[in-house]
Design a protein around this ligand. Structure first.
Ligand SMILES: Nc1ncnc2c1ncn2[C@@H]1O[C@H](COP(=O)(O)OP(=O)(O)O)[C@@H](O)[C@H]1O
Ligand SMILES: [Mg+2]
Length: 463
């Protein structure tokens, strides 16, 4: 065997190689080994690994484990020099299967470890950012159309578009479900900040103890459980753009003071933070409460009220702008039709009934009802009898054809109307006239007569 070739090969190997005999004495090592481990030939060759361990020149000797167990072992090891390497030590056996030595192979993985640490740091950052994006997404109101045709809303919208392009604070007032959020979004969209974030804060949804950190953020380690990196608050996330303080009437008094400070100074401190953060945020606030009254009752700071109430905009309740109702009905139906690829329409009589309803829950209630009707109707047209009775009875009471009749006739009419609905409903749920009559507790001939009277068509199975 060409000894020179073999020694040459070992010396040229890019892996560090150390050979020891079966007593644990170092016999040979190559340049790469010196480089990888920071140990030198001078320190090692001819010495026993046990002695080297004792002297502290090395801090681990994998080869001694191999001599004991006669099995290959691998480990990631940090040498005395501080360098890290992946080391594999393998037994060298002779032809009689006796152990004659150990060859230890080390590969520099400092770069690999750095890379791994970097990766783990990056992962942590990614988690942090995606958490922030998730929070942002929750706050960003999706783009929605703004539907109206009434004079009342026209006034409101005109005012809103006039103030949109100024950075002025706007206080939007209106009953729940009237479209305060939609209007706020409309103002942001019409402003020069429309490419910047629009962040909504629902003051009614934030637990009292979390207000400060949610709005203003916190520095790492500001309180127990605060996390190492800290977190920006909603104001910081909205920086450059617009913030909507929704349900501002729910803001606790101590937070009101802090908010006032932030609005006045145009800067904020994170909880536990020492550096002020400059703020360039346009503030919109919305409430269904009478804030003036809240001020009188001592629940809302007067100075904050004046700061917010620079431009007050009121959205009238839906019952005060009934002209919008038919438009909204068509708009919501069309949206559902597009989404579910159906062609559901609504009859004029049903639209009329919905238009005369009082809508205490305003547009939100109307939107929910349309969705309900869309789902429940198996026909392609929603008719008046599909509407909830509380809406129909009101419509019937108001409609002119009944108004002309006497009080008693009105009641009779309504009772008959209910009777018709009850029978219709029962007929849809029972397969035969006899069974339906039994369920209603009337004679089948009575039911049959009423079916004729009310002109109710039924598909009956053979009895
Ligand atoms: N003018 C409108 N056009 C279209 N949708 C509207 C309109 N006003 C309200 N909505 C819808 O009604 C629902 C309630 O509106 P929202 O702005 O959340 O009311 P508020 O904040 O006043 O309680 C939302 O789904 C919104 O999209
Ligand atoms: Mg709202």
């Amino acid at each position: 065997m060409d000894k020179e070739l073999i020694i040459g090969a070992i010396d040229s190997s890019s892996d560090g190689i150390l050979i020891s005999d079966n007593q644990g004495y170092v016999v040979y090592l190559n340049d790469a080994y010196e480089e990888t481990t920071g140990l030198t030939r001078k320190e090692l060759v001819g010495n026993s690994l046990n002695d080297l361990l004792e002297a502290g020149i090395i801090n681990k000797a994998l080869s001694l484990t191999v001599i004991k167990d006669k099995k290959r072992v691998s480990t990631i090891h940090k040498y005395v020099s501080g360098k890290s390497a992946l080391t594999t030590a393998s037994p060298i056996m002779d032809s009689k299967n006796e152990l004659i030595g150990v060859v230890s192979n080390t590969r520099n993985i400092t770069d690999l470890i750095n890379l791994r640490n970097e990766l783990s740091d990056t992962r942590k950052l990614t988690i942090k950012y995606s958490e922030e994006i998730r929070r942002l997404r929750e706050q960003v109101i999706e783009d929605k159309d703004f539907i109206y045709s009434s004079k009342e809303m026209d006034k409101t919208v005109r005012l809103a578009s006039r103030v949109a392009r100024y950075d002025t604070t706007v206080l939007i007032h209106g009953e729940s479900g009237t479209g305060k959020e939609v209007l706020a979004k409309f103002i942001h969209t019409g402003s020069p900040r429309n490419e910047e974030p629009f962040i909504k804060v629902n003051c009614a949804a934030i637990p009292k103890d979390l207000f400060e950190s949610e709005l203003f953020g916190y520095e790492g380690g500001a309180f127990t459980g605060a996390g190492k990196e800290g977190k920006p608050g909603m104001f910081e996330l909205a920086n450059g753009g617009t913030i909507l303080l929704d349900e501002i009437g729910e803001l606790p008094l101590p937070v009101q003071s802090k908010l006032l400070r932030v609005i006045q100074e145009r800067e904020l401190f994170r909880v536990g933070g020492k550096e002020p953060i400059n703020l360039d945020v346009r503030i919109l606030a919305a409430t269904n409460r009478d804030l003036k009254q809240e001020v009188l009752d001592g629940n809302f700071r007067e100075d904050l009220f004046f700061r917010l109430n620079v431009i007050p905009i009121t959205i009238p309740p839906l019952r005060d702008r009934r002209e919008d109702i038919p438009e909204l009905i068509v708009y919501f139906l069309e949206k559902l039709n597009r989404k579910y690829k159906r062609t559901v329409t609504i009859s004029p009589k049903a639209t009329e009934a919905l238009t005369s309803h009082t809508w205490p829950g305003n547009v939100r209630e109307l939107e929910n009802l349309i969705e309900y009707l869309f789902i429940m109707s198996n026909k392609e047209e929603v008719n008046i009898e599909d509407l909830p009775t509380k809406i129909i009875s009101r419509q019937m009471m108001n409609s002119t054809e009944i108004l002309e009749n006497s009080e008693e006739a009105k009641l009779t009419y309504l009772l008959e109307l209910y009777e018709k609905y009850i029978i219709k409903d029962t007929m849809e749920n029972f397969p035969s006239l006899r069974k339906a009559a039994k369920a209603l507790g009337v004679h089948p001939s009575t039911l049959s007569r009423k079916l004729k009277k009310y002109n109710i068509e039924v598909k009956l199975e053979e009895e």
